[in-house]
Write a protein that binds this ligand. Structure first.
Ligand code: FAD
Ligand code: SF4
Length: 509
């Protein structure tokens, strides 16, 4: 009476109730699938990290006495496709039932449901026991509300899960959100923490991946590999962050610096998204740090909001809007990515750094993703689908359920404002204020037009000129449109010409 239980590559949750007991009749199935390496072009570190973490998880299960059938990419019996592998394993083990945990990606969910309809044995899908909310909770919460603003959902989650609340049920510190206190520029003090992530040699795995012909981009850094790939490493990363970095998280959450790719960020997103860490333990550890006086409330609230608020909220948006969401293009932008997205070689220093760092580290922090790369993409008229595929490939933590709403919705306004109340765009002044990128850049951050004027400036104003009909009624953009109206015709004309030139010569910037 053998039962197969499929574990997907981002379902490495050692505390799932499946593993509470060992049974000789249960075989855990883990598959390295060719299709999963190829649905977009992935960063080398992402492929290494996922396979390394899957292998470590399988080894841990075996150590605990569970039966595991792990099929490597290079194995002769690997049939390539998920369905073919499952059918072969059912036949081999004479299985009577197949179970899986609910996938987070729509693509895999649809694939497994379609396969289940053809299967001749019983199939069951169970919860992944990871998130605070169900797939449907966000859409149910907003069903009777006019707009889908994260803040309201976040407050509801705080109440529902008793996070950072007084005994009377009020928010600790007298307010729900300390974001206004979390926007400082960082100029070297306090020193950014060392990269304390454990370092391993993963070159054997990387060679195996290459031998199998997997196409990737970005630097593998295989012999000094630093992403956590098992529960112990993930927990060590979380503990180090909570003890040494969290107190500074808030102040410099939005800051950027050429010498410090990570600043005071946690680097836990890969461990969280592969479920090696549970969001409940992360939120509890951060709250405890505040309650024991080890971290200030604005830092802790800001950090918790990202996990209990944003992470759950974007997942709910994803499940309420898929599959159509991926194709949305409210601003009708169609330009392909400039070549330097794949090399980092542009004279715009902010983009050279943010993209260069993404290629070497498979990581950029939130503001680099949103206000440098995403900002330029939106202003430059790039196709949101092309931008989405790049983000889905390049970042170590990129899984579609979290990447797509962030990229297409928050960053590219592709959904026309479901997720963001206005487009996240800025001119060079914001980048100059929040980073040291503009120092030494070929372009002048304080010029709008002319050959050395920062491209962000003309593109910024031209973006609103081009989208006046779509965005002119947005009350949050009243000041911008007033400033545009106050400009002389010649100035608007010069901006439009400079922006047109930039858009036609993106590869030369
Ligand atoms: P920290 O800054 O230390 O934040 C702590 C945690 O909060 C993160 O690990 C993450 O789990 C969560 N978090 C923070 N912001 C968000 C958010 N907006 N949505 C969901 N969770 C959030 N995050 C991903 O996990 N995968 C993605 O593919 C992804 N793509 C993004 C694309 C764009 C265009 C933007 C603007 C943001 C994206 N984010 C994504 C959100 C955020 O940038 C990353 O979660 C964060 O940079 C990961 O680094 P960290 O662990 O050091 O995070
Ligand atoms: Fe980026 Fe413009 Fe500053 Fe150069 S001047 S770093 S292009 S914002």
């Amino acid at each position: 009476m053998t039962e197969l239980r499929l574990i997907l590559g981002d379902q490495l949750n050692p505390h799932h109730s499946w593993f509470d007991t060992c049974s000789p009749n249960v075989i855990y199935v883990m598959l390295e699938l060719r299709a999963e390496t190829a649905y977009v072009l992935h960063h080398a570190q992402k492929i290494i990290a996922i396979f390394a973490a899957m292998r470590a998880f399988a080894a841990e299960l075996k150590e605990k006495g569970h039966r595991v059938r792990y099929v490597r990419l290079s194995e002769g019996s690997n049939r390539g496709a998920l369905e073919d592998n499952l059918n072969a394993l059912i036949a081999h083990y004479h299985a009577v039932r197949v179970m899986w945990q609910e996938p987070d990606e729509w693509r895999l969910d649809a694939q497994l449901q379609a396969w289940a309809k053809t299967a001749t044995i019983e199939t069951t899908c169970v919860s992944s026991e990871h998130f605070f909310s169900s797939r449907e909770q966000v859409s149910a919460f907003f069903a009777s509300r006019k707009s889908w603003r994260m803040e309201y959902f976040y407050r509801e989650m705080r109440r529902q899960h008793g996070v950072l609340l007084t005994p009377e049920g009020e928010p600790e510190g007298g307010k729900w959100n300390f974001d206004a206190e979390n926007r400082k520029r960082w100029s070297g003090e306090p020193p950014a923490p060392d990269d304390s992530r454990i370092c391993h040699d993963r070159s054997a795995l990387w060679e195996e991946i290459q031998r199998c012909g997997v196409r990737t981009f970005g630097e593998p850094q295989a012999n000094t590999f630093r992403w956590p790939v098992d529960r112990a490493e993930a927990k060590a990363r979380l503990d180090a962050f909570i003890s040494h970095v969290l107190p500074q998280f808030g102040n410099w959450q939005d800051a950027m610096h050429t010498e410090e790719p990570f600043l005071f960020h946690s680097l836990i997103s890969f461990a969280l998204n592969t479920k090696m860490l549970n969001p409940r333990e992360v939120v509890a550890a951060a709250e405890q740090a505040w309650r024991s006086g080890d971290a200030p409330l604005p830092a802790v609230e800001g950090f918790i909001r990202q996990i209990l608020g944003w992470r759950e909220y974007v997942r709910g948006i994803y499940w309420s809007q898929m599959p159509g969401y991926r194709e949305l293009n409210a601003l009708e932008q169609h330009t392909p990515l400039p070549e330097w997205f794949w090399t980092g070689k542009t004279q715009m220093r902010c983009l050279a750094h943010a993209i260069g760092q993404s290629l070497t580290e498979a990581y950029a922090h939130h503001i680099q993703r949103l206000m440098i790369i995403g900002n330029f993409s939106l202003l430059g008229g790039l196709s949101p689908q092309a931008v989405h595929e790049w983000y889905l490939g390049v970042y170590i933590d990129a899984f579609e359920w979290v990447e797509l709403p962030n990229t297409l919705g928050m960053s590219q306004f592709g959904d026309g404002g479901l997720l963001a109340s206005k487009p996240y765009v800025s001119s060079a002044s914001y980048i100059h204020k929040m980073s040291n990128y503009c120092q030494g850049c070929r372009y002048q951050h304080n010029q709008r037009t002319g050959e050395v004027a920062c491209p962000f400036n003309a593109l910024y104003w031209d973006f609103f000129l081009r989208n006046q009909a779509r965005l002119g009624h947005n009350p949050r953009l009243g000041i911008v449109f007033k400033q545009l109206a106050d400009m002389k015709d010649e100035e608007r004309q010069a901006i439009a010409e400079r922006a047109e030139y930039i858009r036609l010569n993106l590869n030369e910037l």
